[in-house]
Design a protein around this ligand. Structure first.
Ligand code: COA
Length: 328
C-alpha cells in the first residue's frame, strides 16, 4: 500500500539514490539531459517549503519538494510574473507508476504550501513543475491533473553551417547604449504578445522600467553576452540577446550535460516586421557569434502557447528538452 510522509534529515541518502535513479533514466531517454545530480540536505528540506515522500512498505517510490518562490524586484521576470508560486521538484523511482503516485504527492504538497505561499498580486499563486519533454507518461498525468505547458526549453547542437538567410533590408549589428530605449520598447511589445497567449503571464505597471533595466543589463560586456539589433531606416525593428552559459551538475537546475552552451535569452521583432526574415537574420548573427566562441549547442526558452515562437524555434531546428508546467 502507498503511504506518504514528510521527509526528515535521515531520508537524505535514500532521496539522493532516488534522484540519481531518475536522472539516469532521463539521460537514457534523452542523452542531452544531465546524467548526474548532486543533492544536499538543504535542498530536500527547504526553508520555505516541504518535502513529501511516497513509499510502498519500506521502498521509496517518489518525492516532491514544494517550495514557495517569487521573482524579486531586481529580476526581469518580476514585472511579468508578479506573484508567488510553488515550485515543485519531482523524483520518481523507475518502478513507480506516475498515475498512482503523482496525484497523491500533489495532494500532499499543494494545499498546505498554497496556504503559506500568499500572493504579491491579485492572482492566486499556482504550481510550477519542470519535466523532460521526452517523458510522455509524466506529461499525460500532469495534463490530467490540470497542468498546461508554461514554457519549453528547446535545444540543438550548433549547426556547422546554416542555409543562406532570406535577404532582408535591415542591418544587423551589436547594440549601443543609444539603442536601449528602443530595445526596451520591443521587449514590452513582445511581453504584451506573450501575455495575450499565456494566461499565467501578468504584466505589472513596472513592465516598462523592468524592460529598460533588463535591456541595459543585456548590453553586457560584449564578451560573455551580446545584444544584437536589426536596424532599418534609423529605427530598431528587432533584437536578440544571447550569452554563454556553463552547464554544470553543481548548479540547480542542471538542464543539460556539462559544457559550454549558447543561451538565447530574449528576442523580439516589431509587430509590423514579423514574418519577413528579421528574426532569421538575427539568428544567423547569433550563430556566427556562438561558433566563434566554440559553443557546442544552443538552448532557448519559449512559450508553446505563443503561435509565433512555437513555429519559429522548431523551424530553425530546435527540439524541446524540458517542459515547465503551470497549474493556477
Ligand atoms: C518570434 C519572432 C522573434 C520571429 O521573428 P520574425 O522576424 O517574425 O521571424 P522570421 O520572419 O525570420 O521567420 C518567421 C516566419 O516567417 C517566414 N519568413 C521568413 N522570411 C520571410 C520572408 N522574407 N517573407 C515571408 N515569410 C518569411 C519564416 O519562414 C518563418 O516561417 P514559419 O513561421 O513557418 O517558421 C517574432 O515573430 C516575434 O517577435 N514574435 C512576437 C514576440 C515573440 O514571440 N517573441 C519570442 C520569444 S521566444
Amino acid at each position: 500500500m502507498l503511504t506518504t510522509r514528510l521527509a526528515s534529515i535521515a531520508d537524505v541518502p535514500a532521496v539522493q539514490a532516488l534522484c540519481q535513479m531518475q536522472t539516469a533514466r532521463f539521460h537514457r531517454a534523452d542523452p542531452r539531459l544531465p546524467d548526474q545530480v548532486i543533492l544536499s540536505s538543504w535542498w530536500i528540506l527547504p526553508q520555505d517549503g516541504a518535502c513529501w515522500l511516497a513509499r510502498a512498505d519500506s521502498t521509496l517510490l517518489g518525492m516532491v519538494v514544494a517550495e514557495a518562490e517569487h521573482w524579486t524586484v531586481d529580476s526581469p521576470f518580476a514585472s511579468v510574473f508578479p506573484r508567488r508560486y510553488l515550485r515543485l521538484q519531482l523524483a520518481l523511482a523507475d518502478q513507480a507508476d506516475p498515475a498512482a503516485i503523482l496525484p497523491l504527492l500533489l495532494a500532499r504538497a499543494a494545499p498546505e504550501q498554497l496556504m503559506r505561499a500568499g500572493s504579491a498580486s491579485s492572482a492566486r499563486p499556482g504550481l510550477m513543475v519542470m519535466t523532460p519533454a521526452c517523458d510522455a507518461a509524466l506529461s499525460a498525468v500532469l495534463t490530467a491533473e490540470g497542468f498546461t505547458p508554461y514554457h519549453a526549453i528547446a535545444h540543438q547542437p550548433l549547426p556547422e553551417r546554416l542555409p543562406p538567410p532570406p535577404p532582408v533590408a535591415a542591418c544587423v549589428r551589436p547594440a549601443e547604449w543609444g539603442d536601449i530605449n528602443a530595445v526596451a520598447d520591443l521587449m514590452v511589445e513582445s511581453w504584451q504578445f506573450h501575455a495575450a497567449h499565456q494566461p499565467a503571464i501578468e504584466l505589472s505597471p513596472l513592465i516598462r522600467e523592468g524592460c529598460r533595466r533588463q535591456a541595459s543589463q543585456l548590453l553586457g560586456d560584449g564578451y560573455n553576452q551580446l545584444l544584437l539589433v536589426a536596424e532599418y531606416d534609423g529605427e530598431i525593428i528587432g533584437f536578440f540577446a544571447i550569452g554563454l552559459s556553463i552547464q554544470d551538475p553543481l548548479t540547480r537546475p542542471a538542464l543539460f550535460l556539462r559544457g559550454q552552451y549558447g543561451d538565447i535569452y530574449e528576442v523580439g521583432v516589431r509587430g509590423d516586421w514579423r514574418g519577413r526574415g528579421i528574426g532569421t537574420a538575427l539568428y544567423h548573427a547569433a550563430w556566427r557569434w556562438f561558433s566563434d566562441r566554440g559553443v557546442g549547442a544552443m538552448f532557448v526558452n519559449y512559450a508553446p502557447t505563443n503561435p509565433l515562437s512555437s513555429r519559429f524555434w522548431p523551424g530553425l531546428g530546435f527540439v524541446d528538452a524540458w517542459i515547465n508546467w503551470w497549474r493556477p
